[in-house]
Design a protein around this ligand. Structure first.
Ligand SMILES: [Zn+2]
Length: 311
């Protein structure tokens, strides 16, 4: 048995076993006794059971009437430590405990592929949406596929290898899925991943836009919501890609990003009057040429930006 929940003791491995152990500490005429549940990875639970065994062994006797039955508590501890447990019994014990904390064991039990049932279903929906997003313009682009594989892997904390993700993606073409009965958060996430994927080349073709609307509708989302997400994500991407280049250009020209086309042209003239290789005396020609080249580059970047984004 292996679950998708991390062991509470080591915080590294997954929960694998559950043990309910008897303990007893004697207090002259009273004693403290009961059952403790240890849930965690095999290593950690084993350590816990051994600790419990030692404490019960050392502290369990010191109460007159109860001390005598400590022997049964110790036997119980040893039994739980060395007896090979049946997987079925363990799952039952786990099920009982988890139902108290409102978790369905089917959602967290991991299969051979290392995924829980709910993770597997989520992966199917994600790869299904991504598969269609890649195909939305009728072509299978490698960069889109690479991005889809990355998204699939990162969404299950890299339990899947890129090869496994690729095979999920390949199989997704055959799926017919209902996208309505999933939670709101996942719906939005699926739409957003599809938008990013279709907009990866910076343009949204009409077939891709149509696909996104269809997907949004199948997810039960409003048209306005789909629209605003498309605009926001593609705009953010545009700004993000340009910003570094623009910032550099602004620094070279000593201008703000909001400078007008006229300001940019004026500044360019000013700078070239001083820095043009023909007039920049006192500097090696190669240095002057490099400076002029840089100014020309920045001028072009800012001019293009100002043309597309008139104020
Ligand atoms: Zn552990």
């Amino acid at each position: 048995m292996k679950t998708s929940i991390t062991c509470q003791y080591c915080k590294k491995r997954h929960i694998e076993i559950v043990r309910s152990i008897r303990y007893m500490y004697g207090l002259i005429i009273f004693c403290v006794r009961g059952k403790k549940l240890f849930i965690g990875c095999k290593q950690c639970v084993k350590i816990k059971v051994v600790n419990n065994l030692l404490r019960t062994f050392l502290l369990g006797w010191w109460s007159l009437p109860w001390g005598l039955i400590n022997i049964f508590f110790i036997i119980d501890n040893i039994y739980k430590l060395i007896w090979p447990f049946e997987e079925k019994a363990e799952i039952k014990e786990m099920e009982r405990f988890l139902s108290e904390v409102d978790i369905d064991i089917n959602d967290i039990l991991l299969g051979e592929d290392g995924l829980s049932k709910s993770q597997r279903e989520f992966m199917q929906r994600l790869s299904y949406v991504l598969f269609q997003a890649i195909n939305a313009d009728g072509e299978w682009h490698k960069d889109e596929e690479a991005r889809a594989i990355k998204v699939i892997c990162s969404n299950v904390n890299d339990i899947l290898t890129p090869i496994q993700a690729k095979s999920l993606l390949d199989k997704a073409g055959l799926l017919r899925l209902d996208l309505l009965n999933i939670d709101e958060e996942e719906k939005i996430m699926l739409l957003q991943e599809a938008i990013i994927l279709t907009g990866i080349d910076g343009v949204l073709k009409s077939s891709e836009r149509e696909y996104l609307y269809n997907l949004g509708l199948r997810l039960g989302l409003h048209k306005e919501f789909i629209d605003s997400n498309i605009n926001k994500i593609l705009f953010d991407k545009y700004v993000e890609e340009l910003s570094e280049e623009l910032e550099h250009a602004c620094n070279i020209m000593n201008l703000s990003i909001r400078s007008s086309l006229k300001d940019i042209k004026n500044r360019y003239r000013e700078m070239m009057l001083i820095n043009h290789p023909d007039v920049a005396h006192g500097l090696p020609r190669s240095t002057a040429e490099a400076t002029a080249k840089k100014i020309n580059w920045a001028y072009k970047v800012l001019k293009d930006h100002a043309k597309v984004n008139p104020l």
